[in-house]
Design a protein around this ligand. Structure first.
Ligand code: ZN
Ligand code: ZN
Length: 363
């Protein structure tokens, strides 16, 4: 069974191991594709803590090989059986901590949330399990989401990241104050998977969106997909932004600013791009990546609303499926598939952040 394991030195190695590890009730999934996430890249680049071996991968889907006896399969969108394609909602709550007991409506608050490919350990604690493996055991407690079999190879790995984007947009809109005679405006920093789909989802709500990314290929992709005002960081100086707002937005800065890059300095920048009473949504710095120097005075004087969002909620998967339906006929625009044997190329290209929006490992 082929797998890619990340060791303590953060080096990836290819292994062929014996059999799927079965612990309790659950299903065995033959992984079809596993997406490489920005979070995985941050881990490779040295962010976050790891101890022991890690099989990365929290954005994967596959075909159900076997349902262990007595398993109560929990699927969000209907009944599933052997042979069906499903993706796994990668995180599960503990149901024990004070948040699970008193505030169970937001699963992201759980103090002990286990997530595939990030912190879900085997029983003896020796290895973290994720989707970068040919066959994987999914314990019963994890929710599944059924994937249309007609979708092109690899597209369904995007369900997880797109649902994260959907949730971040929904939360920002909840706090954004409507203003007279104009539709909402937003700036999205970073046009990687998260930023791209945040932009796409904002456009669906009629929000006027500016996208910023240093990579031309990412700006071009955003442009082709309806985010028509795209700029590099170099172009988007403070003077340029002031003029842009005067020409396009009646002199008012953005209602919402999304940080989807994952760099603390960019978060500090976002404060200067929001209007008075504007919303800042921090969604990129999922892992600790350093501190930023900000002026609390700006937050106070501008009455800024600073929000954070992490992971998705199960409901966002339904909306993510609708968004991805539009990419069924142009999946190459958003995904790039690599056979598992070519994992080095897949990771290197993802690290360069120039090629596909989502690089997948295909088993
Ligand atoms: Zn991810
Ligand atoms: Zn909990």
């Amino acid at each position: 069974m082929r797998t890619i394991v990340l060791n303590n030195e953060r080096k990836l190695n290819f292994f062929d191991i014996d059999s799927a590890h079965v612990e309790e009730k659950g299903i065995i999934l033959s992984v079809i594709a596993s997406g490489i996430c920005g979070t995985d890249l941050h881990i490779l680049e040295g962010k976050g803590e790891i101890c022991g071996d890690v099989i990365l991968g929290h954005e994967f889907y596959g075909s159900i090989d076997k349902i262990e006896e007595g398993t109560q399969v929990q699927c969000l969108n209907g009944h599933v059986e052997v042979g069906d394609f499903v993706t796994v909602i990668p995180g599960v709550v503990c149901n024990k901590c004070v948040y699970c007991r008193d505030l169970p409506l937001n699963e992201n608050y759980c103090l002990n949330r286990s997530v595939f490919g990030l912190n879900l350990r085997s029983k003896n604690g020796s290895i973290v399990f994720g989707g970068n493996i040919e066959k994987i055991f999914i314990p019963e407690k994890f929710y599944l989401y059924k994937v249309p079999k007609s979708w092109p190879l690899g597209l369904a790995t995007l369900l997880e990241p797109v649902s994260v984007a959907v949730k971040a947009v929904r939360k920002a809109l909840k706090y954004a104050e409507t203003t007279k005679h104009r539709s909402f405006t937003a700036i999205v920093f970073g046009l990687g998977t998260l930023g791209f789909f945040i932009g796409i989802e904002l456009r669906k709500y009629g929000v006027r969106v500016v996208g910023i990314d240093s990579e031309k290929s990412r700006r071009d992709r955003a442009y082709r997909n309806g985010i028509t005002d795209v700029f590099s960081y170099k172009e988007m100086t403070k003077e340029f932004y002031k003029k842009y707002c005067q020409n396009r937005w009646n002199g008012i800065k953005a209602d919402m600013v999304f940080e989807a890059v994952g760099k603390p300095d960019i978060f500090a920048d976002t404060l200067h791009f929001a209007r008075k009473g504007g919303v800042i949504m921090e969604v990129g710095n999922f892992l600790f990546s350093g501190n930023a120097e900000i002026s609390p005075n700006l937050i106070c004087n501008y009455e800024l609303i600073i929000l954070g969002s992490v992971l998705a909620d199960p409901n966002s998967y339904f909306r993510a499926e609708e968004i991805l339906e539009e990419y069924v006929d142009k999946s190459s625009e958003v995904i790039c598939n690599y056979k598992i044997e070519h994992y080095k190329e897949a990771f290197n290209s993802a690290l360069a952040r120039t090629e596909g929006l989502k690089n997948n490992l295909i088993f």
